[in-house]
Design a protein around this ligand. Sequence first.
Ligand SMILES: NC(=O)c1ccc[n+]([C@@H]2O[C@H](COP(=O)([O-])OP(=O)(O)OC[C@H]3O[C@@H](n4cnc5c(N)ncnc54)[C@H](OP(=O)(O)O)[C@@H]3O)[C@@H](O)[C@H]2O)c1
Length: 367
Amino acid sequence: MTDHEYMRYALELAKRGVGAVNPNPLVGAVIVKDDEIIGEGWHERFGELHAERNALKNCKKSAKGATLYVTLEPCCHYGKTPPCTEAIIENQIKRVVVGSMDTNPKVAGKGVALLREAGIEVETGVLKEECDALNEVFFHYIETKTPFVVMKYAMTMDGKIATASGKSKWITGETARENVQKDRNRYMAIMVGVGTVLTDNPSLTCRIAGGRNPIRIICDTNLRTPLESILVQTAKEVKTIIATASRDMEMRHTYEEKGVFILDVPKKEGHLDLEFLMKELGNHGIDSVLLEGGGTLNFSALQSKIVNKVQAYIAPKIFGGEAAKTPVEGVGIAEVPEHFHLKNPKIRQYGEDFYIESEVEYSCLPE
Ligand SMILES: NC(=O)c1ccc[n+]([C@@H]2O[C@H](COP(=O)([O-])OP(=O)(O)OC[C@H]3O[C@@H](n4cnc5c(N)ncnc54)[C@H](OP(=O)(O)O)[C@@H]3O)[C@@H](O)[C@H]2O)c1
């Protein structure tokens, strides 16, 4: 097998940590000697062993003289576990092949430098693009200390996210909805506006077997979330945050008694200041948010420049209706050059539905 093939396998291993390692990176490692895989591992759970140490632990023979393939630069600092560079040197690995370089300031090239100083041959940038993409959340969070925000919506071919009477179950088919469930497991939190809670009364849980529920966040400036809503009623089982600017202490206390965590966010132009909210969520260790709001919150989120990626599921259905909601509403823009620009589109098909994913490029927007 070639370096690329071993790295691709390490990438597959890394993906097994999805939903369990946040806010740590997804990392996979493979140890190869005489063209035979003698050890493999991945970062399985936050706070537990890193991929390199797991691979070394699982080695069926001595790793002396072997090559280690690892999707992310090995760490060289003491965190929840000792540095991986130490273990690599101690085990007398001869060659290390790295996918992504770690942008965490505590590592940032120092891991590779340490290995080279110890006489280990190091090659970097193998399948770099794929390895970088795997950890887009980690890199964003470590660099900005704010969550990576993915705006997701499901719409009909005429661009409606609900019927004129507000019904949205279901726009897409089962396969597309299964993929959304995977993302609810992948991203640490899920966020909606109070408008979606009032119309849909959603549960916002992850319904895949063995999956992990995201932390649920409701943007609710004036505490309009119904006490009898599913989100409030299940707040003791699934962590639920209401972000609010309300100082109604009695009402806040009532939510808190039901298990809801109240997060203070100041107002900006009549609603919540989303930029402030993202900083607060980042301070609480939340590295990613799946934004499943309605058009009102979605427009504000784009305007506040907090959205990193847009996921549009497009169903072969037409709803029509002037009053039917669309994915992004608010006041919109007046001139075409003011548009929110999206780049690097990826298109997939889930059953009968299409899926387009793009990154948001704010640098194109005029100030
Ligand atoms: N098909 C889909 O993918 C999908 C997904 C979600 C929703 N929907 C549909 O969308 C409809 C609901 O739309 P919606 O626009 O009312 O829901 P929304 O965007 O989820 O909620 C809007 C509310 O969020 C609150 N909010 C708090 N901070 C905000 C901020 N900074 N900017 C904007 N709003 C903020 C506002 O009320 P306060 O200021 O009073 O707090 C606002 O009225 C429903 O029919 C639902 O079925 C469809």
